[in-house]
Design a protein around this ligand. Sequence first.
Ligand code: FAD
Length: 433
Amino acid sequence: MSEAALPGTDVPHYHTVGIGAGPANLSLAALFESATTETIALFDSQPDAGWHNRLLHSGVRMQTSWLKDLVSLVDARHELTFLNYLVTTGRMFAFMNSQFDFMPRTEYVRYLSWAASKLRHVHYGVRIDQITLGDNGFALFSAGRPVGTGEHLVIGMGSRPFIPAEFVGLPADRAFIADDLAERIGDLGADTGAPVAVAGGGQTGIEAVMFLLGKGFTNIKWFGRRLWFETIDDSPTANDVYRPAHMQALQRLSPATRRRIIERLNPTGDALTPGAVRALYQANYDAMLVTGHFPVTMFPGRDVHSGVLDQAGDGSDEIVLHCRTPEKPEQHRVRHLVIATGRENTPVPFDDELGERIEIGEDGELIVEPDFSVRWKGMNGHQIYALNRSRLGHGLTDANLTLLPVRAAIVLNSMFGREMFEIRDELCPVNWG
Ligand SMILES: Cc1cc2nc3c(=O)[nH]c(=O)nc-3n(C[C@H](O)[C@H](O)[C@H](O)COP(=O)(O)OP(=O)(O)OC[C@H]3O[C@@H](n4cnc5c(N)ncnc54)[C@H](O)[C@@H]3O)c2cc1C
């Protein structure tokens, strides 16, 4: 069936509809369109192509090699390789001679936007707020209006930042998520010497610290829960867990063992980019040479478990942060708090009838099978796939960009019931058991 409307309706019908046009679904749509004449449509709530735009501070870098683009790992001759983007947009030599260890995130966003513009049915500015099941498969609704139907559905809705319960009561102008920092920087006041805390020892946390430093703040307290601010392990052994052979090995394990192994592997991916840490240390040192003190103080091993508003000696309000540490509890008084403590899966807007058919695991999440299909009752030939929602079932590669085309290929091979894409990884020196 093409994208033509079904008889008796003017709603476009596609073979597959996808919610979200982030890297996960763009990779899937890129491989889909190169392998079949069937149609796939993506709907994204953003006004136009973008990727974590509110965290796109000056100088931020990717954590992944440019080789890990939307398609190359499965089909290096695909039109939408990053290399083709560089050549056809005339930036190949400038990019190459800049000798980035990791490319600017802005460049990756441009690449995604370029790739999306080459796909046939990527619709921006459409927030899907209801998914229903009918005779024609899935119908997607936006603001009460059906925008498309499809035989199959792919959920690529990513994650969203949230304010954890311990900070919910704090006033919004004093404590806010890192995604809001660039917008709120003007509200932080002229007193750049006032203490500002950043809670969260991950990449978003360090980028918030660097942003504040760049704006002239001189008393930045950076809190991380882990015992040290760990950098990503980019060694060959660490990288061996980001390949199809390891993905397959994980699927052979019992859920409990798999979970334990994936949790132990966190530092290989869920940690700081060494380049960002070096940049922070050098900027901190430079500032110390000028003022005689380090503007950034790092507080590792601090679990900030509550924040309350209190009056300072001069009558102004301060936030008191209560921290658990490996030994004695601590308190820190700050003027503002930037929250970079993590993200949660974006909820899927199944309507009640469809929602009742979806099987939910103990963790309250969708149950995602090895081929990324979602377990639900009454499938009747219609499949739902979910990308980036099964970190503990599929490993860290499901939560990041390292194997996007491989995951897309697994989905397409399953969706079409044949090997549309060959996934090759036979030259592996590791015996995973
Ligand atoms: C700042 C940041 C930097 C990162 N950098 C890296 C990196 O360098 N390397 C790496 O491997 N991983 C990185 N990650 C982790 C991960 O790879 C990314 O989060 C990645 O964006 C996941 O891709 P996705 O397509 O699954 O989700 P997203 O990129 O989040 O895309 C989801 C899309 O769905 C849309 N959407 C959501 N709900 C709806 C709805 N109801 N209707 C319509 N559209 C909707 C959103 O607008 C969004 O565009 C980073 C994460 C963050 C937050």
